[in-house]
Design a protein around this ligand. Structure first.
Ligand code: FES
Length: 351
């Protein structure tokens, strides 16, 4: 069977399969209609139309390159906290919007350029492919290589250098989008995880009322949550800071406190511990006043606040860090320093 037969639709009847049901006698029940005659496209007969398609494809690949450069520039230039109003989306993070838009354009225009190229300039002939056993014969492999070479020729890659060069440029630039994102792996946190906003003289502020806490505000059986003086919810790094500095305060009968250091670091039975679970960092919020146990709702780690916040149940590996407190001249509770160990999960085994 020659390729002219294929292109002209002069295909022989197929014995089985998709072209017609086979009767038991081996004769197809209806004739194989073959392929319709090939209809040349405008670009096949009009070199000006082909040149216009070539420019359109090159434009899309060029647009992709510009969008990739825009992606990288956005990542470097736009502040990650900038919020802008964009119709019809409303208020959005400018960096996220720019990254999504530019990367979307970069990928879409590569795809659109490739589709337009295939539809207008690559060969428009339909080529049927028969089904064969999986193991290919040497002749078939030769045929595949020949078909590949013909396809490469049909793609006009060698002749349309503008398309080829812009496509290679677009494909080479797109991976750079992923490379620049590696910047977010750094810089190293160094000792930032070891320190919180607490420091000598910082007043304990009630997280609900926003007021300094007096010893009389902390009654036996209650659990009070505190934040460091000066930290406001409007601060851009509020969540980062509160994730380390969140504090819970309880009042115990001093005679119930088994751990001497805990008693010394408190004030008249009032003790302050990190609210961040030492398992994987959930905020602890359940307090059982009879037993002085606090329970983490995530995986049920339980800490004994009357015994140095020791772990008595669950997966947490360390007691909750305690904050040393006293009372200042105004009669408000204040910190006497930062925690003396990292709060939260036992990162790097506290090495
Ligand atoms: S985070 Fe608290 S027990 Fe898992």
């Amino acid at each position: 069977m020659s390729s002219d037969d294929i292109k002209g639709g002069n295909l022989p009847d197929r014995p089985t399969g998709h072209s017609g049901e086979v009767e038991e006698t081996g004769t197809p029940s209806f004739p194989d209609p073959g392929l319709p005659p090939h209809q040349p496209r405008r670009q096949d007969i009009d070199e000006d139309a082909a040149a216009r398609s070539e420019r359109a494809i090159a434009f899309m690949f060029t647009l992709s390159m510009l969008a990739t450069i825009g992606f990288i520039a956005s990542f470097v230039v736009i502040d990650r906290t900038t919020i802008v109003h964009i119709w019809p989306f409303g208020h959005v993070n400018a960096l996220n919007f720019a990254l999504g838009l530019t990367l979307g354009v970069a990928l879409f225009t590569i795809g659109a350029g490739a589709v337009h190229w295939a539809r207008t300039l690559m060969s428009g002939h339909e080529i049927p492919q028969e089904r064969h056993p999986i193991a290919a014969s040497p002749e078939l492999r030769q045929q595949v290589l020949a078909d590949f070479a013909e396809g490469a020729k049909d793609s006009v890659l060698g002749r349309r250098k503008l398309i080829r060069n812009t496509m290679f440029g677009a494909l080479a630039l797109v991976p750079l989008s992923g490379v620049v994102l590696l910047r977010d792996l750094g810089p190293l946190p160094e000792d930032k995880l070891r320190h919180t906003l607490w420091g000598k003289g910082k007043q304990l502020i009630n997280q609900n009322t926003g007021l300094p806490i007096k010893p009389s505000d902390v009654t036996v059986g209650s659990l009070v949550f505190a934040v460091p003086e000066g930290l406001e919810e409007e601060d851009h790094d509020f969540l980062e800071q509160i994730a380390k500095a969140a504090l819970m305060i309880v009042r115990l009968n001093p005679d119930d406190i088994k751990d001497k250091r805990e008693r010394d670091w408190g004030y008249e039975g009032i003790v302050a511990f990190s609210k961040i679970c030492t398992h994987v960092g959930c905020p602890i919020s359940l307090y059982e006043s009879q037993t002085h146990h606090v329970l983490c709702p995530c995986h049920q780690s339980t800490f004994d606040l009357a015994d140095g916040a020791r772990v008595i149940f669950g997966p947490a590996g360390h007691p909750l860090p305690q904050l040393r407190i006293s009372v200042n001249e105004e009669g408000n509770l204040q910190a006497l320093g930062d925690f003396d160990e990292p709060v939260g999960p036992s990162f790097w085994e506290r090495g």
